[in-house]
Design a protein. Structure first.
Length: 374
């Protein structure tokens, strides 16, 4: 089966990470997957060793490719621009929409999707499926397909030496929704209780003025000298950073105000890191309070301090929570498990298209209803 994924950006974000994992897993299963990006960017590094399956070009060039290649299935990840492509009506393409964006303004395109354009909407979590169903104006099936971890997160975590002080780590895109300023504020709050903690912020921003804003804000709160900001980190090296955080006696923290899944926390759990996350969906779908992580109220950052202190001060708790977290996340997001769900759904969609039978959301639809009472 020949499959094309289309995404507008090529950044160092979670979507690019998922696409990279899919290229490997689908190829291993005998599929012919490719990815088309509408714009270039620093995410090229994620696809460094599979360049033959990655294409970058304008909407016009994408349209020419679709006419020339005749893919069996085409999936767009939050890229409504594909519905503006001219001259494709006679090709009878009906897209599968993957709805991953947590940004409210960017989500509104779902309101303008029509069943004659779209075969199904896939989401990475039940929470995101609930969001999709609230936005769709036509009866389009919504199905949950879990994000796969990349293979380099699956090997056994290693003991990393060299860090004498515990590290509080944060990984993500530096924007207002991911709330990097919340991490800086929490650093200041935590230093009131523990003077020995080092803070690692691992992330990038497309806004080059961010460097001055970061320095100004961190200095204002008196924590600039205590924070290490790692920019442009190749995603292949993230497991090593997480191993160092864990080995230092540290914790991984999210201050995000909105997620479609929470890939950075899933990756931290895969490396046996203890995690502290906002007490909201979709984190609640894969983090269990007191067992695989701790929750706090992100609107009141001080509520994160007690669980952080508890973890920093208790080696056995960190170790137990990290081990249980790894088991839990691999159970549902190991590439074999996640890709089995995706492949089953793609084959189901393909059969439905060939027979002109409407696809049913099936088990995923029922589970979304169970989660959110619809």
């Amino acid at each position: 089966m020949k499959i094309l994924f289309v995404y507008k950006y090529l950044t160092m974000g979670g979507v690019e990470t998922v696409l990279r994992a899919r290229l490997d897993a689908l190829s291993a299963r005998g599929f012919l997957p490719s990815v088309w990006f509408l714009s270039d960017g620093p995410g090229r590094a994620i696809f460094q060793d599979c360049k033959a399956r990655v294409f970058i070009g304008s909407q016009r060039k994408l349209a020419a490719c679709l006419k020339r290649e005749q893919f069996d299935l085409c999936l767009t990840l939050d890229t409504p621009e594909v519905f503006q492509l001219s001259g494709l009506n006679h090709l009878h393409y009906r897209w599968i929409v993957e709805f991953h964006t947590p940004y409210p303004a960017a989500q509104q395109y779902l309101r303008e999707l029509y069943s004659d354009q779209v075969q199904a909407v896939l989401t990475p979590s039940f929470f995101q499926a609930h969001q999709a169903r609230a936005l769709l104006t036509e009866d389009i099936p919504v199905c949950v397909c879990p994000n796969p971890l990349r293979e380099n997160f699956l090997t056994g975590p290693v003991k990393a030496a060299g860090d004498q002080k515990p590290i509080l780590g944060w990984v993500g895109r530096m924007d207002s929704l991911k709330n990097w300023k919340g991490f800086i504020k929490l650093a200041a709050l935590l230093l009131e209780h523990r003077k020995d903690v080092t803070f690692w912020l691992i992330g990038d921003s497309p806004d080059r003025s961010m460097e001055k804003e970061f320095e100004r804000f961190a200095r204002e709160l008196g924590v600039y000298e205590r924070i290490c900001w790692f920019r442009g980190v190749d995603h292949r090296h993230i497991p090593r950073f997480l191993d160092r955080i864990r080995s230092s006696g540290g914790v991984v923290l999210s201050t995000s105000l909105g997620e479609s899944f929470g890939m950075t926390i899933a990756e931290a759990m895969a490396r046996c890191c203890a995690v502290v996350v906002p007490d909201q969906s979709p984190f609640c779908e894969f983090v269990h309070q007191g067992e695989t992580g701790f929750f706090y109220n992100v609107e009141n950052l001080s509520t994160a301090v007690p669980p952080l202190l508890r973890l920093l001060e208790n080696h056995r708790l960190r170790e137990t929570m990290g081990a249980l977290g790894r088991l839990a996340i691999l159970k549902s997001h190991h590439p074999d498990r996640a890709m089995s769900v995706l492949v089953k759904k793609l084959e189901e969609i393909s059969r439905a298209a060939e027979s002109c039978v409407g696809l049913q959301g099936g088990e995923a639809e029922l589970l979304v209803q169970a989660h959110y009472g619809q």
